[in-house]
Structure formats: C-alpha cells, structure tokens
Design a binder for this molecule. Sequence first.
Ligand code: ASP
Length: 325
Amino acid sequence: MTTRRTFVKLSAMSAALFSVTKSFSKSLSAAGEGTKPVVLSTWKHGVAANEGAWKVLSSGGRALDAVEQGVMVTESDIKNLSVGLWALPDRDGHVTLDACIMDEKSNCGSVCFLQHIKHPISVARMVMEKTPHIMLAGEGALKFALDNGFTKETFDRSPEADAAWKEWLRKSEYKPIINFENHDTIGMIALDASGNLSGSCTTSGLSYKMHGRVGDSPIIGASLFVDNEVGAATATGVGEEVIRICGSHTIVEMMRAGHSPEEACRIALERIKKSPKNLKDMQIGFLAINKHGESGAYALHKGFNYVAYSANNNNQLIDSKFLLD
Ligand code: ASP
C-alpha cells in the first residue's frame, strides 16, 4: 500500500527525474543538431589518428573498432615521444605503457605498466573481450599479451628517446612542464552511424616518472568514460589531478544533468582548481561528446588542442578554451 509519506517521496523523485530529463534534452537541442558519425581526439597527433578512425566510421563501422584503430596509428608512430614504445621513458630508462578502451555496452578493458608491446590498446581490448577482468598490470599484462599472440619488442628505447633521457639524467630534475613533450596522451571518443559511442586512451605516461607510476590513462572513469545514453569523455594532462576528481565520469554525469559537453568539461576543471597541489605548471585537458554528436573541450591552461572529424568538419584542429591564464 502506498502511504502518504511514500507517495510524497515518489512524487518528488518523479519531478526531479522529469526536470533532469527535460534539461538534458534542452541542452542537446540548444547546442545544435550535432552530427554522426564523428570522432574526436586529443592533441595534434589526433589528425593522423582520426584518419585511421574515419576509415572505419565512414564505411558504417563500429565506434569501438574506430577508436581502437585510430589510436593504433599513434602507437605505431616512431616519432611520437608520448605514446607507444618509441616514447620517452621513466626516470630509470624504461618505457611503460597504459591504455584503456570502453564500448557502448559499458564493456571495458585496460592495461597498465605494460612493457615491450607495440599496441597496448589492443591488449586492453583483449582484456575486455577475453577475460572476466577489467585491468591487467605489468608482468601479468605482458604474459597475457604474449599468450594471446602479441610480439615482444626487445629494444629498450628509440634513439631519440634515449638521447633525451640521457640529457635529462644530467640534472635528473622532475619538473612537469605544461604542453611539452612530457605529457601528450591520445584520448579518442567516437559516435558511429548507428548512434553508438566508444572511447580509447593510450599513453607512455609522464616522462621521467617514477618507475611503477601509473596515471589516469588506464583508469576507467578517470581518463575515459562512456555512457551510451548520455555521452563520452576523455582526458589528458597530469593524471594525478584527473584521478582525484574521477574526471571523465564527472563530465559524463554533468552532461546527464543537462550541461553541454564544453560546459561539463569546464565544471570538471573547476573541481580540479580546488586541488591541494599547485597547478601553475600542470596542464589538464578534457574532451567530450554527447549522444547527439555535439562536442566540446576545456583545459586548465592555454595550449590544449583537439581534432574533430565528421562529414561537416574535415579533421579540424581546434584550440580549446581554458580556465586559468
Ligand atoms: N595523463 C597522462 C598521465 O598522467 C599523461 C598525458 O596526458 O600525457 O600519465
């Protein structure tokens, strides 16, 4: 039997739900039509990565395949110093990789502190598809990859990374500098022609980090989150600050509450602004898309950019707005 008390409670809950749903649809229409398919990724290396993803999306393929194949382009780029095996090492000279992937059904997979594997994103996808787990780390992740047909690459560092590391060793100063080579993860989010969202994220992490340090990039909810009813978000920059506020999950929840993708990213950065750490030399960039293909970004400092590719927007590099100057 419904008592007066439960009735009042239920009525209040339905009113709240109605207003959230109303404001979500309002923001989508206010933000414009959006488009699909569309793919977005962080930083300039997103131009080549989006080309890889677009091959999948433009032929009616799945967002999940697009975000895997897209970031594989970056992982294969031997000139890239922040993603993949040719990237800058940790302070002991080891290249350790983090990656994660998430699909439209909330399936997700991740690897962290993985060494010697060219495509950590594909290992993350295999963790998602072939194991009951979400995250594998270090030696265990390597063993899983090798048992499943991945090849162990035996070189320690690329010649460029080796030279940069030896130069760094002269002073051995650990000082993250915003927007330079020591952090430039690729995060990619896509909406396919069927209206499904997926995302991926892959990185070598902060350069010259402590051996064993893992950032936000392999953590679902921090560097990447997808909710197929609402939207998707991804992050780049100093991972510790992104983890502290569960960055990408926060952004998706803000979109659910009715905010546009850009506004949702800005609100997450307002939370980061309250960090106990000094943020002066730390960059953080967020990128988001909603279910209707509307997208936006926001960064802590000037200098973050992202790349958007759709039929209306031919792989354009866009400067993000930023919170602090
Ligand atoms: N988010 C990455 C990390 O903290 C770094 C980056 O974006 O380049 O490991």
